[in-house]
Write a new protein. Structure first.
Length: 364
């Protein structure tokens, strides 16, 4: 958390601290009711992989969903992605963001992350809706999906899953360890019993003392759970959008251009760090709230700040681009830095072996 967003959250957490025990109890009770069968859990006939988190904010869920989809495709699987479509205006029980051939909803309708997944994974169905059992049933029947991935699914207990992956950001760890509204935890730490494995994102090749401490903390809490670390790696080429043309530019050439950077993601400091580590010449940086919907006034303000800082262009994230294409002025240079998530081969083996173990006999 940085800037105004971080200040607002700190104020909220301070005021909400007395209510944390009550919310924690409610979430524990809810989980227990699902476990004991008081609340019904639905089961689908294909493997279901949930990618979610315990701590609010960005942990790398969308990049991990992309990674898993590509891994499944290498195994000749037909995955589909199920999302709730956060902040998307499409409010039907089933909203098809993309099918096997086309993208059908824009970012405003689908939500920025489902739209980004549809763009990054052509041919992979992306479906949004509040009830994942219904959207999953639709993906199986309509697209022949044989594996379902729940994007941000850890707290969606109504659909049974075969793998429960819980992500953490190395920069945030467990936050202050308090549950909403007095802290950053969506549920108490005991919810991690439901996890199949942990993934810590943002770990470098040589983890610092903070990373090592957090890894040790999770190992001590749940020594029986597999734990994997993942790193972000920026693509060598950036997308360049200028005067109606879309092409690419190398990091080296992009680094010669004074650029004003901005983003509306949960971990803005991570994006800024990535740009700096890859040699970008930044004249300034502005962050917006996660999932921010850009207005004409926002664009004008950004362009004014960029020009006043001496920038000759702006640089942002792929997640922001899906909301900017139709409103960003073509005469101003816009660069976009794609970032990939890299995981060890042990993670691939873990996914594949568990997937195989949970296939129906007819599928083996």
């Amino acid at each position: 958390m940085t800037g105004k967003t971080g200040t607002r959250l700190k104020r909220l957490f301070f005021l909400g601290r007395p209510f944390s025990p009550l919310y924690s109890l409610l979430m524990k009770t809810r989980s227990s009711f699902y476990q004991k069968g008081f609340f019904k859990q639905h089961k689908l006939e294909v493997p279901v992989i949930s990618v979610g988190n315990l701590v609010i904010g960005g942990t790398g869920k969308t990049p991990l969903v992309q990674y898993i989809v590509k891994l499944l495709q290498q195994q000749n699987r037909k995955p589909a992605i199920l999302s709730r479509g956060y902040k998307g205006t499409a409010a039907d029980a089933i909203n098809v963001v993309s099918n096997t051939t086309d993208i059908l909803l824009n970012a405003a309708e689908a939500g920025d992350e489902p739209r980004l997944l549809a763009e990054k994974l052509p041919g992979v169905p992306v479906v949004t809706g509040k009830k994942r059992f219904f959207t999953g049933r639709f993906a199986i029947d309509s697209f022949g999906a044989d594996t379902l991935i729940l994007d941000d699914g850890f707290q969606h207990l109504a659909l049974k899953r075969d793998l429960n992956l819980v992500l953490f950001s190395n920069l945030k760890g467990l936050g202050k360890g308090r549950v909403l509204p007095g802290g950053e935890l969506r549920e108490p730490l005991s919810a991690l019993k439901r996890a199949s494995a942990f993934v810590i994102t943002g770990i470098t090749a040589s983890p610092d003392s903070t990373a090592k401490k957090f890894i040790s903390q999770l190992d001590n809490l749940y020594p029986e759970k597999p734990l994997f670390t993942a790193s972000y790696q920026a693509d060598k080429d950036l997308l360049r959008i200028h005067n109606g043309k879309n092409d690419s530019i190398s990091q080296a050439d992009a680094g010669k251009i004074p650029l004003y950077s901005f983003c509306g993601i949960a971990g803005p400091e991570s994006f800024k760090m990535t740009l700096e580590e890859n040699g970008m010449n930044l004249t300034g940086f502005r962050e917006f709230a996660d999932h921010h919907i850009y207005s004409a006034a926002d664009i004008k303000s950004l362009l004014d700040q960029a020009r006043n800082s001496g920038a000759e262009g702006l640089v942002t994230t792929e997640k922001d681009l899906v909301k900017l294409r139709s409103i960003f002025p073509p005469e101003m240079l816009l660069l976009v830095q794609p970032v990939q998530l890299h995981l060890p081969e042990a993670f691939d083996r873990f996914i594949i072996s568990n997937l195989s173990a949970n296939l129906n006999p007819d599928d083996k």
